[in-house]
Write a protein that binds this ligand. Structure first.
Ligand code: GLY
Length: 588
């Protein structure tokens, strides 16, 4: 006969196995439950490329590299060879590292390069947004190769990791309705560049759902990378193609820029939120610091008791977001060029003081919120919100050993600068727009940025990308991140609150509506259908300007491709974000 406590434990196990006890992270809404590994990304073919590596004995880093390369083929709106990104690696042995392969400003870049003769920020081709002058030196290939070499299992070679992407480019894949819509929505920009029009707009005839999309130039580029290794991109034929096209079209990137590109390894920033360890991206991302600031400002408040979607909760969120984004504008930049006061910004006493004037009844006024460590003068305050794209893309991987990877990668805007390198088949980024073109003038995301983020040769532009891992009692709990420019940080914040405070199943934590405030413009945006009329009225009564989000893809905020580990069963729970039509979590 078992002793009573053992009997009770067995009974509880039996009940749990029958699904009668619902562990908070599991429940029926998880997109996929897998005992060993999960990959989730914005495109199912890219998720499957990662899974292929896991099944072959590769680890989470191997899978992440294959997924990243495949996204460059099947998700060209944001997946890339011509962009950059951040990969946060949390190894099963407890080590963590942030791999920074953000683009850098070319040597010929200057602080005022996007101002016209009158000192106004330029628009159109030649600006920081569109065309040949908009690109920073791409870091994606170097970053992925670095990750594979240093943190891969050793069982997957660089050529192996490139193969699913090469195959997809050579053999083609069926265009989904989602991709057809994305190409169509960006048609005006892409049509301005012959090579982009030829490839991504089907020569002007436009792609339809179901068409076979083959990319022979890109396949050849990937084959060169397989044959000659990743340095080929920076020193070989691909580099020569980039440099020649740039020289011919008035772009800035030279062979020397490409040859000189360097990946950086950085220590993640860490914080504790209600007993959970948050491991996230340090500068040149503003994301990790702002996320930790907001969590620390929220901790004294009983967020769970406010409920997931009350006016009181949204008001509190708006106030912490406003304060964190004010500091972002003032203090953040590339730590290799400016001194970012990370420790003072994360100091608990500072963050307590930052919220000293918080009123549960009244919205603060953004114009009156000073940066907490000393003031900056703004020449102009932007009042309008841009029609923001959701660009960028995030993917998460967990393997059988418990290694985890959160990667956010970007061309910046949808399809980046709109420029495709002739004969190489890939798009270039418009990451230069993430620099401050002029202090006090908003960028494409409506962000006001400071002098710390001014353009300098070799410098990385400030980012909001926030790949993040959450640990509980030293065990992996959550791997997450999102696209969406500045909304990234607030999307990640809300996924974490949904799991930690509201104890939602992970799929629901990803699914439920989100809000966003970025200090300037002074408005709280919400997703379409995301807030009830009475909640809106309560927020307005507190003094908030509340605006329905405008975006190209239906007013949604972000794409938080997330994995949770169920603490009891250790199942990997993949939650593909339903905001993206082709997103998919796959596991084994
Ligand atoms: N390009 C978007 C970001 O880095 O935040």
């Amino acid at each position: 006969m078992p002793t009573p406590p053992r009997f009770i434990a067995r009974l509880a196990g039996l009940v749990a196995a029958m699904g009668l006890l619902v562990a908070p992270l599991r429940a029926q809404r998880a997109a996929v439950e897998a005992p060993r590994g999960v990959v989730t990304s914005a495109h199912y073919l890219a998720s499957e490329a990662g899974l292929e590596m896991l099944r072959r004995g590769g680890n989470a880093v191997d899978a992440a590299v294959a997924t990243g390369l495949a996204l460059a083929v099947v998700y060209p709106i944001a997946g890339n060879l011509g962009g950059g990104g951040f990969m946060l690696v949390q190894l099963a042995d407890g080590r963590s590292v942030a791999i920074d392969y953000r683009e850098t400003a070319p040597a010929a870049a200057t602080r005022d390069m996007y101002l016209d003769a009158q000192g106004n920020v330029m628009a159109g081709p030649g600006s920081s947004v569109l065309g040949w002058r908009a690109s920073g030196v791409p870091g994606a290939v170097a970053g992925l190769a670095h990750a594979l070499e240093k943190y891969g299992s050793g069982k997957i070679s660089w050529a192996d990791a490139c193969e699913p992407a090469r195959r997809l480019a050579a053999e083609g894949h069926a265009i989904t309705q989602g991709a057809a819509t994305q190409f169509h929505n960006s048609g005006r920009n892409l049509a301005q560049f012959e090579e982009s029009k030829r490839i991504f707009l089907n020569g002007g005839a436009h792609w339809q759902a179901g068409d076979l999309f083959r990319q022979p130039d890109l396949a050849a580029t990937l084959a060169r990378l397989q044959q000659h290794g990743p340095r080929e991109f920076y020193e070989g034929e691909t580099a020569r193609k980039i440099a020649a096209a740039m020289a011919a079209q008035g772009g800035l990137i030279t062979l020397a820029d490409l040859k000189g590109y360097k990946v950086a390894e950085r220590a993640p920033v860490r914080g504790i939120y209600r007993g959970h360890t948050i491991v996230t991206m340090p500068p040149p991302s503003s994301g990790g610091v702002a996320l930790l600031q907001m969590l620390a400002m929220l901790e004294p408040h009983d967020v769970a008791q406010l409920g997931p979607n009350s006016a009181a909760k949204y008001h509190l969120l708006a106030e912490v977001m406003r304060r964190a984004f004010r500091d972002r504008a003032e203090y953040m930049g590339d730590p290799d060029f400016v001194s970012v006061p990370v420790a003072p910004l994360l100091d608990r006493d500072y963050l307590k003081r930052r919220m000293a004037d918080f009123s549960p009844d009244r919205a603060s006024v953004s114009e009156k919120i000073e940066p907490g460590l000393g003031a900056m003068k703004l020449s102009q305050i932007a009042a309008t919100s841009p029609r923001e794209s959701t660009e960028t893309t995030h993917y998460s991987v967990v393997d059988a050993a418990g290694n985890a990877v959160a990667t956010t990668t970007t061309l910046n805007g949808n399809f980046g600068s709109g420029v495709t390198i002739p004969g190489a088949g890939f798009l270039m980024n418009n990451e230069m727009d993430d620099f401050t073109a002029k202090v006090g003038v908003k960028n494409m995301f409506g962000l006001l940025q400071g002098a710390a983020n001014a353009i300098q040769p070799g410098k990385r532009p400030l980012s909001s990308m926030t790949p993040t891992v959450v640990l509980k009692d030293g065990q992996l709990l959550l791997v997450t991140g999102s696209p969406g420019g500045p909304t990234i940080i607030n999307t990640v914040l809300q996924v974490i609150l949904n799991v930690v405070d509201h104890r939602m199943p992970v799929a629901q934590a990803v699914e439920v509506p989100r809000v966003h405030h970025q200090w300037m413009p002074d408005q709280l945006t919400f997703e379409r259908y995301g807030i009830s009329a009475d909640t809106l009225a309560l927020l307005k009564a507190k003094g908030h300007t509340v605006v329905e989000r405008q975006s190209y893809e239906g007013g949604y905020q972000g794409d938080a491709e997330t994995i949770a580990i169920d603490p009891q069963t250790k199942l990997r729970l993949g939650a593909a974000d339903p905001r993206k039509p082709d997103s998919r979590a796959v596991g084994y």
